[in-house]
Design a protein around this ligand. Structure first.
Ligand SMILES: C[S@@+](CC[C@H](N)C(=O)[O-])C[C@H]1O[C@@H](n2cnc3c(N)ncnc32)[C@H](O)[C@@H]1O
Length: 223
């Protein structure tokens, strides 16, 4: 199942717990400083925001704290993720979660209705990302923002050191999983992501590496 690739065969529950446990360190002060500088000022007060492969919905919850008039949608193919998101308390005007396979089905949203689309550590899992990028382009308003945050290729030694030192993994099972996941997480270089965004008709407005493992892109439909 592609949904499990990101944790190398972990169960839905394990993936959920991992996403919840690491949320705070993945979306911390430097992320929000980057967000405020490059995304926040481009959003209207009553923005429509969607998170594709939203996992437990915690990024949407955080967005709702910052944008109480926002209308939020979270889509994920894993029922346990959506169940978790639905029991969160939101400050936003509304928050809707739906079980939805982003690869198999179009988004249940009209064209040009979304101000912010986010995908975090999801797109690398898809066999072919271009149809999903086209669908994101369809739903974004002119000047809308696509925030792509995903793994980038690292040397094997750096990847193993990252899992050991930053993710605090140890032991033979973890090492086996690290080797299994290395090709999944090393699929695209930062240059590949840039090329894919351009190929899909996006212009890149800003990008950064808050962690050596990931690159964040702020993109908008090219005019
Ligand atoms: C590594 S998790 C990231 C979750 C969340 N974005 C975060 O950063 O906390 C990847 C998520 O993508 C979801 N996913 C994988 N394939 C999907 C698909 N085809 N459609 C929708 N969601 C998908 C998984 O269920 C999982 O929740």
């Amino acid at each position: 199942m592609p949904t499990h690739q990101s944790l190398g065969g972990a169960s839905d529950e394990e993936l959920l717990q991992r996403m919840v446990a690491t949320h705070g360190e993945r979306f911390e002060a430097t992320f929000w400083a980057f967000f405020d500088a490059h995304v926040g000022r481009r959003l209207p007060p009553r923005a429509v925001m969607i998170d594709l492969g939203c996992g437990p919905g915690l990024l949407l919850r955080d967005l709702g704290e910052r944008y109480p008039d926002a209308v939020l949608y979270g889509y994920d193919v894993t029922p346990a993720m959506i169940a978790y998101g639905r029991q969160l308390v939101f400050k936003a005007a509304s928050a809707t979660f739906a079980i939805h396979d982003v690869v198999a089905q179009p988004l249940p949203l009209a064209a040009a209705t979304v101000n912010l689309a986010s995908m975090s550590s999801v797109l690398h899992v898809f066999d072919e990302p271009l149809p999903t990028l086209a669908e994101i382009r369809r739903v974004l308003v002119p000047g809308g923002i696509f925030l792509l945050n995903d793994w980038i290729r690292q040397p094997l030694s750096a990847y193993l050191a990252y899992r050991r030192d930053v993710m605090k993994e140890s032991g033979p099972d973890s090492l086996r999983r690290a080797f299994r996941l290395f090709p999944v997480h090393s699929k695209y270089t930062a240059e590949d992501w840039r090329w894919l965004l351009g190929e899909a008709g996006f212009e890149i407005l800003a990008q950064t590496e808050l962690r050596a493992s990931h690159r964040i892109f702020v993109a908008t439909p090219a005019r």
